[in-house]
Design a protein around this ligand. Structure first.
Ligand code: G6Q
Length: 550
């Protein structure tokens, strides 16, 4: 047995679980009118209601004890102090430095990283302002109208999510595009309507070795040169964000057009760095800095609030409660705002790539569950699709419901109905519908007795399905920054308790390595025999069937 499952705090939680597993939240709410105020936290206008969880005061106390015993506060300090907490890559984890707004030094290996961070922000400001003010001209002296970010995973999902989330702040004569898939349809569909003379490409790749991104980048350059016909024009149309300056220069990017990243920024935590350049161009640097400010405020809260009042800590502990004690396998993210449509994708990567690990920090295989299967979609779309399983299926799926209180558009009738769905769904997940309630409803519909008996079991909802609800005034750079930082730290706390390294990604590296081995075998028409019979069979079928010019 691992240290974690043997610990006093863990075992106390196991016995406590037996005590409360059959409690129904409907009864807990009926017995305690103060439940909402006791189980909710607020940071500025961000309200975190966690009262619709299968918990009591004792649960929260025991979970906080677990966090204490796992030394969460000490680990928070280690992260902020720039220790190499990503031990398998021997790197510090300092996305918090990218949004450090209080000018205090943040050191790693004895070196303050803040001067470099500030220089990067200045460079982003200068560049984004030139593009937005139309001072930056293409090779034919026309201003830029279209920005194409070419990157994948951590170099794509953050800017994609945030530019969409903050669309109302964008200027309308600049169109943002994101190309991540090496499937040629992605780049060719994107380039179809663009003109080389008014297009700017941002090649975002921390390593500058990711083949998907490089293949797309080469295709973009070829497309561009077909019209521009002059390599010198590349300087006005291609910039790079990378830690591998040499490779970016070899590609043909001018040194001045390279925005630096650092080892201590993980891809999926990098939207606060120059990887966020598309965000800065789209919404302007002042708004980008508001995004950083929001994240910084959550960082400060995380660092200073006591465990039981600490939003990321409580969110994390609730996740542990369901994963490890209720043995729930999944976790749903349900935003109720059209502009948050990429949020589930973004947080799915952040969570699953960080905590999808089975080896602990001491090199042992864990004997407990770690990261859940994270999924989600816009709440309204989900309601008409997969909520059925959440309400009446056999699985327990805790969910976070996320919604802004008002929408900028203010078209009468829309936002109220949206919010009505938020409250109604969270309540329905919690209360369910009893047999008596279902019977009364069917009777009220005037159905005959026989039909009522047939329908009745199908109309019962067990309820007792946990949800957190997160509300904030409006979706703006500040509130988005807070929200993303909240989830980043939630993931961190869970990683600490599970004793895993949330900041490496060997599973991703494997994918990069495997594809390049097979790619070499696809170069010719020879029969492949180096794999298992299925892989050989598939490769050979493909080689026989592909068009001759492929
Ligand atoms: C993120 C992951 C991964 C990475 C991409 C792109 O944390 O490591 O999603 O961001 O594989 O890598 P490059 O930026 O190096 O191209």
């Amino acid at each position: 047995m691992s240290k974690l499952t043997q610990s006093t705090a863990w075992q106390a939680l196991e016995s406590h679980f037996e005590e409360i597993r059959d409690l129904h939240m409907r009864d807990q709410f009926a017995e305690d009118p103060e439940r909402f105020s006791r189980f909710s936290l607020q940071l500025d206008d961000l309200l975190f209601d966690f009262s619709k969880n299968r918990i009591t005061d004792k649960t929260v106390k025991l979970l906080c004890q677990l966090a204490e015993d796992c030394q969460v506060p000490a680990w928070i300090e280690k992260m902020f102090a720039g220790d190499s907490i990503n031990h398998t890559e021997q790197r510090a984890v300092l996305h918090i430095a990218l949004r450090n707004r209080n000018n205090q030094a943040i050191k790693t290996d004895g070196q303050d990283v803040m001067p470099d961070v500030r220089a990067m922000l200045d460079k982003m400001r200068q560049f984004s302002e030139q593009i937005r003010s139309r001072q930056w001209r293409g090779y034919t002296e026309q201003p830029i109208t279209d920005i194409v970010n070419i990157g994948v995973g951590g170099s794509d999902l953050g800017p994609l999510m945030a530019t969409e989330a903050l669309r109302p702040y964008a200027i309308h004569d600049l169109n943002m595009h994101f190309v991540s898939n090496v499937d040629e349809n992605h780049i060719s569909d994107t380039l179809e309507t663009l003109k080389p003379e008014t297009t700017l490409f941002i090649l975002a790749s921390k390593s500058f070795t990711t083949s998907d991104t490089l293949v797309n980048a080469h295709t973009a350059r070829k497309w561009f040169l077909k019209t521009a016909a002059d390599n010198a024009a590349i300087g006005k149309h291609f910039v790079a964000v990378s830690n591998n300056t040499g490779a970016a220069i070899d590609f043909g990017i001018q040194p001045d057009n390279i925005f630096k990243m650092w080892d201590w920024v993980g891809g999926r935590y990098s939207m606060w760095s120059a990887v966020g350049l598309p965000i800065a161009i789209s919404i302007g640097m002042d708004h980008f800095e508001q995004l950083l400010q929001g994240a910084h405020e959550m960082d400060e809260h995380f660092r200073t609030a006591p465990l039981e009042k600490n939003m990321p800590v409580i969110l994390a502990l609730l996740g542990i409660w369901y994963s490890n004690f209720f043995k729930s396998q999944a976790y749903a993210l349900l935003p109720y705002d059209q502009h948050l449509r990429y949020l589930p994708d973004y947080l799915r990567q952040a969570d699953m790539e960080s905590n999808g690990k089975r080896i602990d920090r001491d090199g042992n295989v864990v004997d407990y569950d770690t990261g859940p299967i994270v999924f989600g979609q816009l709440g309204i779309t989900g309601q008409h699709a997969f909520y059925q399983l959440m309400h009446q299926g056999t699985k327990l799926i805790p969910a976070d419901i996320i919604a802004p209180i008002s929408n900028m558009q203010c078209i009468r009738g829309h936002h109220r109905l949206l919010m009505a769905n938020v409250f109604a769904q969270a309540e329905a997940f919690m209360r369910g519908k009893t047999e008596d309630e279902a019977r009364a409803e069917l009777k009220a519909e005037g159905l005959n007795k026989e039909l009522i008996e047939i329908l009745l079991p199908n109309k019962i909802f067990p309820g007792n399905k946990p949800t957190n609800t997160l509300l904030f005034k409006t979706l703006n750079p500040l509130s988005l920054g807070r929200l993303i930082s909240l989830y980043e730290h939630k993931i961190f706390v869970q990683g600490i308790i599970w004793n895993i390294n949330s900041y490496d990604q060997w599973g991703v590296e494997l994918g990069k390595q495997l594809a390049s081995n097979v790619l070499a075998e696809l170069e010719d028409h020879n029969e492949v025999t180096s794999h298992d019979s299925s892989t050989n069979g598939l490769i050979n079928y493909y080689k026989r069937s592909r068009p001759h010019n492929d």
